[in-house]
Design a protein around this ligand. Structure first.
Ligand code: ARG
Length: 714
């Protein structure tokens, strides 16, 4: 009997294992029969509970956190959970050398202690509509070179739709229209943006980012990657800028939390905003991704990070200033390294070549000449595009790494002409704000100069074509001595110091402006970028046109199976199971980690593996309250087969009953080729267990009242 049950279970598992791939659009869940698969996989709630246009559903609990993450509502009073690395900028923003919440953590003991943040928003998706037909009609008049609507045309279209909708003129509403399936269809999204979002609690960085860059993109993992915020609104619950009069947002729906122990095979789904995938690339395009995007990124960032790390290790104040910049850089630096390795290890190119063979056979059988030629046309385009794109990426990475530069160099000579007039006053204000923007609280002039010193020779060695300042300034005036050039630019330029700035503003001259090293450097960098971008649009128009055909063909070829569109930072859902994996021969990874592992990893000589005393005490006493497994262990992180990518960070991981069991926060090293190809055997979603999160809030942070605010299903 037991055997029979086991084999039925095994069958269900294999049926489901095939279905783990896919970032599904909620609005197509029924039409594409995805809901049937979800139920087969173990889901116990109805389609309408997940997504509905007529009643509150799970969809209403999920939103965009900040500019690039996901967050979820976990109380009726607008309490929001997201990852620590998603709250990172906001936490750093409210931190100072004296009150370093990034380092020490923060726990608001009452609502009055919740901290206002800058530039942080929480965005709900109010409405989703298929507008393919309308967009195609519009396109008939505006022939676009790419065969799909350009970004600016889409923006104008979305504006028009918003203006004609019932949301027109209401504060906080935005509209966005985006292409799906490589431009074969279009959807319109109405969003509601709340801008008063306050910090409620965060563990110290050593807990919220435990394992640091060493453990990033890796399993086994022990990071308590969460932070907690609250959405505030005006008295009517509508979006409003920060005000002391604002009140916590009353939410019609919030996620209940499950404290139940997780078992392998349990149903799990993730709802959130995956940023970008390229699952429909050809083999030739994957080579370009490796050699022309990932490799230049690795080359430039390795050097920049070396300089930053040295400065950060030498000075705690610089460590705070550069914490977020370093983490941002290192995240996709390591991802690029892992992706290039995984593409080879997992034979991704070989797999694509197989697919191309099958596609050729399908095209021939269908007698469709567009399909028959499209792959070779893409291959031919990639021959030219590959070397070009490598140059572009090298430059983009180089330019982004240096902060001492401005976009608008003409302001300075204009000011020299207009000083004393009203226009002059306005220009002075703009120039001062340029200065403030560069020399903000997270900037160190010397560190930036050192980055440029390191990158100038590296970039010159790697790139075939250089911006003009290399020849016209560095060679001509500094005999090619990079350091001498940088030293002069970082000390003599108008924006190098407040003193220089004030001197210039008091006594401006266009001669000074025209000879300013930093302005010349900026102008040269900018015009180089503009030239490159002009060529880039030429290539991308051609590539888009071909992709529209290729993806349409692939969808036709796979007609019997539901197909999902590449990620584009719109609301998606992925379903699967809690499951471990085997990274290599003889090695199996269990599906969860425990606090034991945190203690095993502890290393007092390495700040990435620091364990705070309070956590050690709680561990000693096994003071886990109701958050432990039956065996008395506290689960820290777990794995699911869900299909996620960057942007999903902070997404709720939801069980068969629609309850929160964790927060998705990472992917695993062995499948970093996942954005290009989903590997059913290897790809896993790394989640922090909700019980570890609640333990942190309740026991470690001493805020049981916050847990009381949530709905707990034991
Ligand atoms: N790799 C994860 C992501 O992209 C986490 C990044 C933050 N953690 C870090 N150690 N840098 O979502």
């Amino acid at each position: 009997m037991r055997k029979v049950i086991l084999s039925i279970f095994a069958l269900a598992m294999t049926l489901c294992a095939k279905a783990d791939e896919g970032m599904w659009m909620l609005q197509l869940m029924k039409e594409q029969h995805v809901i049937d698969q979800m139920k087969k996989c173990g889901l116990r709630i109805e389609a309408d509970d997940v997504y509905s246009t007529t009643k509150p559903s799970l969809k209403d609990c999920v939103g965009i956190f900040g500019g690039g993450c996901t967050g979820e509502v976990v109380s009726a009073d607008g309490l929001v959970l997201t990852n620590h690395h998603c709250g990172f900028d906001a936490i750093q923003g409210v931190s100072t050398d004296e009150h370093n919440y990034l380092k020490n953590g923060y726990w608001a003991k009452s609502r009055s202690e919740e901290l206002a943040t800058k530039n942080l928003a929480f965005t709900f998706i109010v409405d989703i509509t298929d507008v393919t037909e309308e967009v195609e009609n519009e396109m008939k008049d505006k022939k676009s070179a790419s065969g799909i609507m350009t970004a600016s045309q889409l923006k104008a279209f979305a504006q028009k739709k918003l203006a004609a909708s019932k949301y027109a003129g209401k504060a906080g509403y935005r509209a966005e229209c985006l292409p799906f399936f490589a431009g074969n269809s279009y959807y319109l999204f109405i969003k509601k943006v709340y801008k008063d979002v306050r910090l409620v609690g965060t563990p110290p960085q050593c807990v919220g980012k435990f394992g640091g860059e060493t453990d990033n993109w890796m399993w086994p993992r022990h990071t308590c990657d969460f932070s907690m915020f609250r959405i505030y609104a005006d008295k009517n619950g509508e979006p409003a800028d920060f005000s002391a009069d604002n009140v916590p947002l009353k939410c019609p729906k919030h996620l209940a939390i499950s404290l139940k122990e997780l078992n392998e095979g349990d149903y799990a789904m993730v709802m959130g905003f995956p940023g970008s995938t390229e699952r429909y690339l050809t083999a030739s395009e994957i080579k370009v991704r490796m050699e022309s995007e990932n490799t230049p990124r690795i080359i430039i960032r390795t050097e920049r990070q070396r300089v930053l790390k040295e400065a950060m290790q030498a000075d705690p104040s610089i460590a705070l200033k550069y914490a977020s910049k370093y983490a941002h850089s290192a995240n996709y630096w390591k991802n690029a390294i892992g992706m290039n390795k995984a593409i080879v290890d997992n034979k991704v190119i070989e797999g694509k070549l197989e697919q191309e063979k099958a596609f050729a056979a399908f095209a021939e059988k269908a007698g469709n000449s567009e399909y028959e030629t499209v792959v070779s046309l893409i291959d031919a385009l990639m021959k030219d595009y590959g070397p070009f794109y490598r140059e572009l990426m090298l430059f983009v990475e180089f330019r982004r790494a240096v902060e001492f530069k401005v976009d608008d160099v003409s302001l300075f000579s204009a000011y020299a002409d207009k000083k004393g007039t009203d226009d002059g006053k306005a220009l002075e204000k703009k120039i001062r704000s340029l200065y403030e923007r560069i020399h903000d609280k997270d900037y160190d002039h010397k560190v930036d100069a050192n980055v440029l010193k390191a990158l100038l020779p590296l970039y010159a060695k790697e790139a075939k074509q250089l911006p003009t300042f290399y020849k016209d300034i560095v060679e001509k005036n500094f005999k090619g001595n990079y350091n001498a050039f940088v030293d002069e630019m970082y000390s003599k330029s108008i924006l190098a110091s407040e003193e220089n700035l004030n001197k210039f503003l008091a006594k401006p001259s266009s001669k000074l402006a025209n000879n300013d090293l930093m302005l010349k450097f900026s102008a040269s960098m900018r015009s180089f970028l503009q030239d490159k971008y002009a060529d880039y649009s030429g290539y991308s128009d051609k590539a888009n046109l071909l992709h529209k055909i290729y993806v349409r063909g692939l969808c036709k070829m796979n007609e019997k199976n539901p197909v999902y569109s590449d990620a584009n930072f719109t609301l998606r859902m992925t379903y699967g199971n809690v499951k471990g994996y085997s990274p290599k021969d003889a090695l199996t990874y269990r599906y969860y980690t425990t606090l034991e592992g945190v203690m095993q990893k502890e290393d007092p000589n390495n700040d990435e593996f620091e364990v705070p005393q309070r956590l050690k005490d709680l561990f000693q006493k096994k003071d886990y309250g109701r958050y432990a497994n039956k065996d008395g262990k506290l689960v820290t992180c777990f794995l699911t087969t869900n299909d996620i990518t960057g942007g999903n960070s902070g997404s709720p991981v939801i069980n068969a009953d629609g309850q929160l069991i964790g927060l998705a926060f990472d992917g695993n090293w062995e499948s970093l080729s996942g954005d290009i190809h989903f590997d059913n055997e290897l790809q896993r979603c790394i989640c922090v267990d909700i019980r570890y999160v609640l333990f942190m809030i309740d026991k470690f942070g001493g805020c049981p009242q916050i847990v009381q605010e949530m709905t707990i299903a034991e």
